[in-house]
Write a protein that binds this ligand. Structure first.
Ligand code: PGA
Length: 243
């Protein structure tokens, strides 16, 4: 696993957008594992620019999002369905909607939904490129500290740290859902290639723990050491301090 400081958020986001674009243009049936959150906003902005400039045919591209809040309607302003529509799917409206998958956090039977989603990824996968952000507490997807390394798609009780970090997107902290449905750590590791991005000082501690080079279940992202094809790109502020 290599951690590369690309200097700025812009440079790193553009680089990752180019990698996604390249994958999609070289293989029209590509499967992409997509992430949400503040970190990814610029990646999608650059990706939409590239798709528009080159009028890429994306009708056979299949996408799988990492996670979704439990209890939010897909149309809720803060659902990850809405996020994806706003940053990518509506801005480049040439995707085949039946190939865009986000877990349904509003399913009547959530347990059944976790099984359906995991089965879908296993059946349609493997994912060619999975992009990931990282939580301040080291989570990937919504796999909070202590998550079983063998976990499949599952329901997560969000930690105080995550609820607090995500409250910036809601009117107040009380409105942040307390649960989410997330690909598990074993689901994420099935991707062929994984690219993790981290920006800003708040992410530095998590990146420093990743740099320590050992798997530690209290920092779920460290499970990535068990994957042979992981790249990590950071900006100056998230770059690990040299010892
Ligand atoms: P952020 O979230 O991009 O909004 O910082 C990343 C994450 O929690 O995985």
């Amino acid at each position: 696993m290599k951690i590369t400081n690309l200097g700025t958020r812009d440079y790193a986001s553009f680089y990752v957008a180019c990698e996604l674009y390249k994958q999609m243009s070289q293989q029209c049936h590509s499967k992409l594992g997509l992430a949400t959150g503040g970190t990814m906003i610029e990646v999608y902005k650059f990706l939409v620019d590239l798709l528009k400039k080159n009028k890429l045919d994306v009708s056979q591209i299949e996408t799988f999002n990492l996670d979704e809040y439990v209890g939010l309607d897909a149309n809720h302003g803060q659902s990850y369905h809405t996020y994806m529509n706003n940053v990518l799917f509506k801005r480049y409206p040439h995707f085949n909607l039946s190939l865009l998958h986000v877990p349904n956090g509003n399913a009547v039977d959530l347990d059944e939904e976790t099984k359906r989603y995991e089965y879908l990824i296993n059946q349609q996968g493997p994912v060619d490129i999975q992009i990931l952000g990282i939580g301040e507490n080291g989570h990937i997807g919504f796999n909070e500290p202590g998550t079983d390394v063998n976990s499949a798609t599952h329901i997560v009780n969000l930690t105080e740290s995550t609820i607090n970090a995500n409250s910036r997107y809601f009117e107040n902290e009380a409105e942040v859902p307390k649960q989410a449905i997330s690909m598990g750590l074993s689901t994420i590791l099935k991707a062929q290639r994984i690219i993790l991005l981290a920006f800003g000082e708040k992410k530095r501690e998590a990146i420093e723990k990743l740099a320590e080079n050992e798997v530690n279940s209290e920092v779920p992202a460290t499970i990535l050491h068990a994957h042979p094809n992981v790249e990590i790109y950071v900006d100056d502020d998230a770059a690990p301090r040299l010892k």
